[in-house]
Design a protein around this ligand. Structure first.
Ligand code: PLP
Length: 292
């Protein structure tokens, strides 16, 4: 269990159900978890490290000072056992960021071991791009690098955990939309869709692709801007996207790579949601109909 905010009821439930591992994102949580354990029970815990990348705030820093504060608190609370370190460096990571994450996690794990802890699990978080943007060969190279680094640094017996989200579901979801307006602004063609960033949020950080479903092999040579249907100038998916031309109102457009952090992160503002369909080969099943 690794949520940055663990409600007291949720925490109680996790402890009473003896969930194997609780990840700590803030030092204060150490005492909170220890106090929530009422029966004689040793709870395994892990530390979520804050990525040293700019603008990261979730997790605890891996500096010496913080590690000694954590050590002091864990040594006081003998119903907690530190087994795991986690680093989720962010989403849409490239291989350089993934490599830097490996080094940081191992350096910090060594510092914890020097304080007398025995770290048996390293959790590398998620962060890979959509599967359509990361070839199997590149993924294999990353894992070979990880394997060699663990070996070289004496961590070959540690259990490694991975939490890919987007890599699994990113390219499994697409949004089927219709073009509701075609117009020009200062000579640039624009199209407006019957969906928007309320259903495909920019915060999803997805590498959306836009394709006219009946004309995917037409030349994509006309820079075209694509807007959603919300009443705000902010609802723009992309500008000057290479696209076929001309485009007609009423054509169907698929937004690809829309499986991660879209529907789950969408807002209710301000139109009904589309139906959700499960497509499995030739079988199409209706999962949810719009709530109006
Ligand atoms: C701790 C942790 N692990 C894994 C993930 C999944 O990330 P991604 O979908 O980029 O693989 C997240 C996403 O927020 C996360 O916070």
């Amino acid at each position: 269990m690794s949520a940055p905010y663990k409600t007291p009821t949720f925490l109680q439930r996790v402890i009473s159900d003896e969930i194997g591992l609780i990840l700590i994102c803030q030092i204060d949580e150490i005492d909170e978890i220890a106090e929530a354990i009422t029966s004689p029970y040793i709870q395994k815990v892990g530390i979520r490290l804050r990525s040293p990348r700019p603008n990261k705030q979730i997790g605890v820093s891996g500096d010496k000072d913080t590690i000694s504060k954590i050590t002091e608190k864990l040594n006081k609370n003998n119903n907690l056992s530190l087994t795991t370190l986690q680093l989720h460096s962010g989403t849409q990571l490239d291989d350089q960021l993934f490599k830097e994450g490996i080094t940081y996690l191992l350096d910090t794990a060594n510092m914890f071991e020097q304080q007398g802890f025995s770290i048996s699990q390293l959790d590398f978080g998620g962060g890979f791009p959509e599967a359509s943007n990361l070839s199997e060969d590149d993924l294999t190279d990353l894992f070979l690098l990880l394997y060699e680094t663990l070996h070289d640094r004496g961590w070959q017996h540690v259990t490694c955990i991975f939490e890919p989200g987007r890599y699994i579901v990113g390219d499994a979801g697409l949004v089927l939309t219709q073009i509701i307006r075609v117009f020009k602004v200062e000579g640039i063609p624009w199209i407006m869709l019957d969906t928007g960033t309320h259903q495909c949020p920019k915060f999803s950080n997805s590498k959306f692709r836009f394709e006219l479903i009946h004309r995917m092999s037409d030349p994509h040579t006309t820079p075209t801007s694509i807007a959603g249907c919300l009443p705000t100038d902010m609802d723009v998916f992309t500008k000057r996207y290479p696209f076929p031309s001309p485009v007609d109102k009423g054509e169907y457009l698929a937004i690809l790579n829309a499986g991660a952090y879209t529907l789950t992160w969408s807002t209710r503002f301000s139109y009904p949601f589309p139906s959700i369909l499960l497509v499995n080969g030739n079988r199409i099943q209706l999962l949810e109909v719009p709530q109006i």
